[in-house]
Ligand binder design. Structure first.
Ligand SMILES: Cc1ncc(COP(=O)(O)O)c(C=O)c1O
Length: 388
């Protein structure tokens, strides 16, 4: 039988591929420390869980309006008005089963085959995959360690061509933990305005910033005319399995995404959406505690990585990833990650899982206990001493 090129060309996100390998090793009795996957190792706060259970008991088990329940969209709009001082309404909000479907549907609503989309590299692989899937061309913004993995705005200007339709940004960033400054965002926005481009800003790690305040490009006056904000519950509230994302965009775009949602999945789980109301309006101490715990782990892992032979690592400003430079070991990214998985029982992701400019790096997720992080560092030190 014949399969479409767009599906045969689609890659598997590295974290899921390595998880499958690690599980196989565990089934053979090997001890594996999981530093590869991007999900908080905390439980969803109980007040949020209870809100959804109550909704099930109350019979909220039927179809939801396709782009989200009005009351939930209002809560999300209020969150942006209050937290980001943005002038937005419920009509600008779309609820979907995760941030990922918002990325997919937003790109599919704005990009035609042959268009060019500027994406960060190393970067979250979904942007690249979806752009290719749509028959468009990803153009890589090389994020360099020397620039704290932020956009080099002068280089960005040189990437814009008459075919460019969109710039994708992600701050705090997966996999590097880099955070864009207000001045970076202003320059990116000026460029988008000058060339009439969309900006898709993936803000799924917006609450995981360790120094200073989170800045959104959407808060720049006028920016929401051409900006799509993608965020959700997965990382902030440890809710990856709930599949809840929220997007903010021009009303016309939200109307199109309503139709796309109807054609795709009808809507987002109704009782799950009640959890958004509780998460955004209820107490935030669980989030604050999680961020403080991540802050401690960040120091342990970065200090430990910097002590490994041939490895160096910048202190990431956000998210929960350490993106270590392993060039001093003489190994390539994939070789390093494979050796650590097989010999040290430490699962991490080769930087190349995030694009070609990830060569020379390995991503460690510190969504694991300090005890496990220390053990992983000890094991890796042992393996590196052996391969010298
Ligand atoms: C940058 C980025 N965007 C989006 C997602 C996906 O979020 P969700 O689970 O809400 O689909 C992830 C998950 O790893 C991510 O790292």
């Amino acid at each position: 039988m014949q399969y479409a090129d767009r599906v045969t060309g689609l890659g598997v996100e590295g974290a899921f591929a390595v998880l499958a390998k690690a599980k196989k090793l565990e089934a053979q009795g090997k001890s594996i420390i999981h530093l590869q996957i991007g999900e908080p190792d905390f439980d969803t706060p109980a007040n949020i869980t209870e809100a959804a259970i109550k909704a099930i008991r109350d019979g909220e088990t039927h179809y939801s309006p396709s782009a989200g329940m009005p009351i939930v969209k209002e809560v999300v709009a209020e969150y942006y008005r209050k937290e980001r001082k943005m002038d937005v309404a419920a009509e600008n909000v779309v609820i979907m089963p995760g941030a990922k479907p918002l990325i997919f549907t937003s790109l599919s609503a704005t990009i035609n085959p042959g268009d060019e989309v500027i994406v960060p590299n190393p970067g979250y692989p979904t942007y690249n995959d979806v752009v290719n899937y749509l028959g468009a061309t990803p153009v890589y913004m090389h994020l360099k360690e020397a620039n704290q993995f932020r956009f080099d705005v002068d280089e960005l200007k040189g990437l814009v061509t008459p075919k460019t339709r969109m710039i994708v940004i992600n701050s705090p960033q997966n996999p590097t933990g880099g955070v864009l400054t207000r001045s970076d965002l202003e320059t990116i926005y000026e460029l988008a305005e000058k060339h009439d481009l969309w900006v898709l800003t993936d803000e799924i790690y917006s609450r995981l910033v360790y120094d200073g305040q989170f800045e959104s490009i959407g808060a720049i006056p006028g920016a929401m005319e051409r900006t799509i904000i993608v965020d959700g519950m997965s990382k902030t509230y440890a809710m990856t399995g709930w599949r809840l994302g929220h997007g903010l965009m021009p009303k016309k775009m939200a109307d199109y995404l309503f139709n796309v949602a109807v054609a795709n999945f009808s809507g987002t789980c109704t009782f799950s959406q009640y959890a958004i109301i509780e998460a955004l309006t209820g107490p935030q101490d669980a989030v604050d505690n999680m961020v403080e715990e991540f802050r401690k782990r960040r120091k342990v892992i970065v200090d430990g990585l910097n002590q490994l032979d041939g490895v160096s690592c910048l202190m990431p400003a956000g998210a929960f990833y350490a993106f270590a430079n392993i060039t001093g070991t003489g190994m390539g990214s994939k070789e390093f990650a494979d050796i650590m998985l097989n010999q040290a029982g430490v699962a991490a992701l080769a930087g190349t899982a995030f694009g070609k400019f990830g060569e020379g790096y390995v991503r460690f997720s510190y969504a694991n206990s300090i005890e496990n992080i220390k053990e992983a560092l000890r094991r890796m030190a042992g393996v590196l001493a052996g391969v010298k």
